[in-house]
Design a binder for this molecule. Structure first.
Ligand code: GTP
Ligand code: MG
Length: 195
């Protein structure tokens, strides 16, 4: 029920325009088109985030409130090839700063397409999170596009990769389309949000 009273708070064009750095915040990060906004919609109601077939849909930092103290943040994706290199680098810096400096940030949900491997930039962000003891829960999304066997193998492979890195990392399969994996994700977020 905690996730059923979400409401839109504000869209910020840059991190400077973020709400005050207080309360508790969980950020959804990941490559462009990975399924961040869809996952956020799947985990909360009413559906609030805009999704799209075209990568680069989310260009603003969108803040949603769960209650007065708790927020979820839908961030623009990274790694979109059609975005000019300079802009990509600029956003990468912003994102790094947000993750390393935002005091109210208590955890990150990292979205990745279950059919793709972790990218170098994913790993960089994981390192930034780990450097300040921020837990990261990885959702291997679009799992509906894989058969059971390959999905399980990908889960084990990414779990192993995360284990070899330093940090409080966890991973699960997820499908926004089928609504699969919500229970496991809510459980994780609940432990962070300490209702
Ligand atoms: P940006 O905001 O552009 O960075 O993208 P995003 O990560 O927010 O992705 P978004 O949620 O907009 O989804 C991108 C596309 O993937 C859309 O066409 C979604 O319908 C599709 N999609 C997202 N999640 C799933 C899923 O679990 N299964 C399937 N089959 N498609 C999905
Ligand atoms: Mg989005």
């Amino acid at each position: 029920a905690h996730f059923a009273q979400a409401s839109f708070l504000i869209s910020a064009p840059t991190l400077r325009e973020c709400p005050d750095d207080e309360g508790l915040e969980i950020a959804f990060v990941g490559r462009s088109n990975a399924g961040k906004s869809s996952a956020l919609n799947c985990l909360t109601s009413p559906r609030l985030a805009r999704t799209s077939k075209t990568p680069g849909r989310t260009q603003l930092i969108n803040f949603f409130t769960l209650d007065e103290q708790r927020r979820l943040v839908d961030l623009p994706g990274y790694g979109y090839a059609k975005v000019p290199e300079a802009m990509r680098r600029e956003w990468g810096k912003h994102l790094g700063a947000y993750i390393s400096e935002r005091k109210c940030l208590i955890g990150m949900v990292m979205l990745m397409d279950a059919r793709h491997p972790l990218t170098d930039f994913d790993c960089q962000l994981l390192e930034v999170a780990a450097s300040r003891d921020l837990p990261v829960h990885v959702l291997l999304t679009k799992a509906d596009k894989l058969k059971r066997g390959p999905a399980k193998n990908q889960l084990l492979a990414v779990r192993q990769e995360l284990k070899e890195m330093q940090g409080d990392f966890s991973v699960q399969l997820f499908s926004s389309l089928k609504g699969e994996g919500c229970g496991e994700a809510w459980k994780k977020l609940d432990t962070w949000l300490a209702w």
